[in-house]
Design a protein. Structure first.
Length: 210
């Protein structure tokens, strides 16, 4: 799997807190050139949320972008999507038994030991973080930092997405330290949320990351 340099994450709770529809945000990100979009929803399952996810999956197909579901292998199967798993989710080898062999699976790691252990899992890419301090998680793991990112990059040949506190100001240093991709949540959303501003923010990211 080749990861796009920008890995866009659509955080449903963040958007709900700002009264902005997730489907409209997804459309704007895809209009701006996002090539991969992760649907991150920690809210209890509900019919309306699933319908929104269906709409976003259809948008991704229309834009020829990869759609990734966070945490939920059952929803990834229903939506014909990829899956991203954390350490507390279903183990990747069990998820692989649910999804098709073509469905990409990503896996989050936070330290050297987890990165090494992930080598035995049937996954397509790894995420490592938080690289910097982040407000997107309630109880974040310790910061990895650029030096350890550079050191640990050599421990795996899988595509590596860096995540956590990455902005337009520091992303080039993250790439220089070995990341193949940067996963971004907060810095994709301007202070004044409109569809046009989100689209232009993603375009700005694309011009930075190539």
């Amino acid at each position: 799997m080749t990861l796009p340099r920008l890995y866009a994450i659509l955080d449903v709770e963040t958007l709900q807190a700002r009264n902005f529809p997730a489907v409209k945000a997804a459309q704007s990100m895809l209009d701006g050139g996002a090539q991969i979009l992760q649907w991150r929803c920690k809210l209890p399952p509900a019919r309306a949320l699933f319908q929104h996810a269906e709409e976003i999956a259809a948008l991704c197909r229309r834009f020829h972008a990869q759609f990734i579901v966070n945490d939920r292998a059952d929803l990834a199967l229903l939506l014909d999507a990829g899956l991203h798993l954390g350490l507390d989710d279903l183990p990747p080898h069990h998820a692989r038994g649910i999804l098709s062999s073509a469905a990409p699976i990503g896996f989050s790691t936070h330290n050297r030991e987890q990165l090494l252990a992930a080598a035995s899992e049937p996954i397509n890419y790894l995420a490592l973080g938080p690289i910097f301090s982040t407000a997107s998680k309630l109880n974040p793991d310790p910061e990895v930092g650029l030096r350890q990112l550079q050191q640990w990059r050599t421990l795996t040949s899988l595509p590596l997405a860096a995540i956590g506190g990455i902005t337009r100001k520091n992303c080039l240093a993250v790439f220089d330290s070995g990341a193949d991709s940067v996963a971004v949540i907060s810095d994709l959303l301007p202070d004044d949320l409109t569809t046009d501003r989100i689209r232009r923010r993603v375009q700005e990211w694309r011009s930075l990351t190539g």
